[in-house]
Design a protein around this ligand. Sequence first.
Ligand SMILES: [Ca+2]
Ligand SMILES: [Ca+2]
Ligand SMILES: [Ca+2]
Length: 298
Amino acid sequence: MPSRRSVAAALGLGLAASALTFTPAVAAATIDQTIAEIQGTGAASSVAGSTDLYRTRGVVTAAYPTGGFDGFYMQTEGTGLGADETPGASDGIFVWHGSGGSFTYPEVGDFVEVVGSVTEGGGPALNLTQLVPGADGSVTTVTEAHDPVTELQTNFPTSTDEREAHEGELLDVGAQRFTVTNTFPTNRFAEIGLATGNSPLIQPTEVARPGTPAAAAVEADNGRRAVTLDDGASVDYTGAAKNEPLPWLSKMNPIRVGAAADVRRPLILDYRNGTWKLQVRDAATADVGTIDTWSLTL
Ligand SMILES: [Ca+2]
Ligand SMILES: [Ca+2]
Ligand SMILES: [Ca+2]
């Protein structure tokens, strides 16, 4: 490494050596890890916020080139079927192109390699673990043979820990019965509040005095059973997207609280807006035209 004096001389600066301070940029390392290693077994990735870049591979399970999510989900090849070789650690992750960024979207089913920073999302995706290619990283399609991702057949996980263990994975919860419990956000964000089981959720104070163990028990039960079905988009159908048809709903498909719901397609276990959600794999799969073939039996 040249001395500060020789560098100053080479630059023709004629400055006293003490006037120059070099802080050589330390190149970020690129570290190969599996998605489960990046996710880890806690609520947040232990490498989130690192200046290093992480390189990992996965099969694209959902892609959202429009609608505001600005990213896609991918999952480690061969996972979802058989024993979970990484218990407690999710094998899926959201790839976000970053604020103002972009990348060429892969197709669902593509095998891709992503190099990016690991973050715990902010804003609506607060605490969703993300891989962010940004300007320094990349998303490339891998042509090597790979095993497919299979949807994990499961009941909807009841605890936060169990949900974290499968954050971003492709789930098939079709064997389970759901009940529509909340249509308040349906008209605006195309979200449908569901509850596992045969009845909607209830307000704790409908059946117990506030602050009592009985009220706390209802609240805990609600936490175990609630999940939001979402359309793979964050657009506001009463605002900027008011001229777009609202998914799920048509005159032939009213959605009422208390109605039974069958979820017939694999969906992504997603976390954003402080809520665990089941996301369709692309916005088009929430179209009104496909509702009676897959989503809800009302
Ligand atoms: Ca998480
Ligand atoms: Ca796992
Ligand atoms: Ca939505």
